[in-house]
Design a protein around this ligand. Sequence first.
Ligand code: SF4
Length: 559
Amino acid sequence: MDAATDSAAGAEEVPPLPVRMLNEYTYCPRLGYLMWVQGEFMDSADTVDGRFQHRRVDQEKKRRISRRAPVDDGPVTIHARSVSLASDRLGLVAKIDLVEGECNRVTPVDYKRGKRPHIPKGAWEPEMVQLCAQGLILRDNGFECGEGVLYFAASRERVPVVFDGALIARTLELVDLMRKAAREGVVPPPLVDSPKCPRCALVSICLPDEVTFLQSQAHEPRPLFPSRDDALPFYVQHQGARVRKDGDVLKIMERDELLAEGRLREISQLVLFGGVQVSTGVIQELCKRGIPMTYLSGGGWFYGVTHGMSHKNVELRRHQYRTATDASRSLVLARRFVQAKIANCRTLLRRNASTVPEDVLDDLKGDMRRAGEAPTMETLLGVEGNSAQRYFSWFSSMLANGMGFAFEHRNRRPPKDPVNALLSLAYAMLAREWTTTLLAVGFDPYLGFYHQPRYGRPALALDLMEEFRPLIGDSAVITAINNEEIRRRDFIETLGAVALTPVGRSRFIEVYERRMSQEITHPVFGYTISYRRVLEVQARLLGRHLAGEIPEYPSFTTR
Ligand code: SF4
């Protein structure tokens, strides 16, 4: 049995492998796996430019390979662009940029952005393997094919690649390895301290240095991805407003008057408060672009979310479901969420309340220990309840005197005083933030490990937001009051329920968003990162933990 026959083994179990993915796998096995098996994708300057180059090829007339006999009875010539072909025997599919040749002898031509690399073989291995796989598919379709051509668009150079025995063997070996990895469902480990990672489109999904660091503490993580996002949430609060699309711009209208507008590529999510109308065109465009649309009541209660097709990473959801049905693994995670929340509450008090007695801080430390040792979920809930009472009984000492804001204890549904109204809004915004982050990463936000499933409740979002309640929610409330960005006149009281006025809400959203965009030094990895990015990194690290890549979920605590 030769190598090519071996490669056919398992062809029924795993769907056909696109040769484009073989290129990624050759560059880095983890990259190929993340893209093909887990359906991860993220645009980079390289991918956008590469797509543009291929689109130019595609725009020229597409055709199946057809043989043309010239009128003078010369040899039959072949020149076909954007040709889709498959080999059932090898379990491979390809879209070949150009096939050219005469009679039955053909050459696949693959277009590459950039210039030809000046290296001994004239091209890098991933491109040669991809091209060779195209050649093998052509052979399996009855053509003679001994070499291919890489066309480098930036330098307009053609580099011939001979399909010799060594290249064919290597190509078939990689096909086998990639199919085996997909069958076994084990993500290959990240490259260690590799120069390939900074150029990799999936670096912020893969987290190579972070995963390696959490596995072995070796190699301090490099800051490999942008510390903050360019796109931000776009809020629409004006009751009766309509959202419509005009080209690449969202426009907020009231009748014919333009109230606000935002470019789609600068919007990370559309947040609608209360009665706002949205056109079908906007919904379709947002779904297509993967921009979620979230709904809050006029008072800020988080209702739900509309998003495009679910993330393709089924593996991640499988790990999530498996862990959620395992009581002891769920308890381990729940302990970490609660422990980290108490730790961050204690830090916030220590930093902002000079009058808080040392024994209160010691008691909170004791709560952390008790949370870490809780034998059951019920015990853990009890510990969390006690520590919350302790923390909120000193919350008012973090508010500047003379602002007219009193706080005695936490109350909600409805909040009965301004501070509780602010806290409720902050937590609703955080739950919304976590829900969309989890959806974007590929989790099911409704199935948690600590919070139990209840209709419409994003339990996993509530789990993960625990440690961020003090860091983002409470901190934004304290800042808004102490900096006088929110005043007593920004609230209205109806039948004992207190809510923010529309102006007050806008002001608080500004403070909250500022906090989300604030850049901090990551307590574990040491690089600068915004809170908004921290949420995504935490969600991805939870995924890495559930998949067994890192031993523990690394909770986020500040000092
Ligand atoms: S970031 Fe590095 S390890 Fe991760 S997929 Fe990309 S190249 Fe591979």
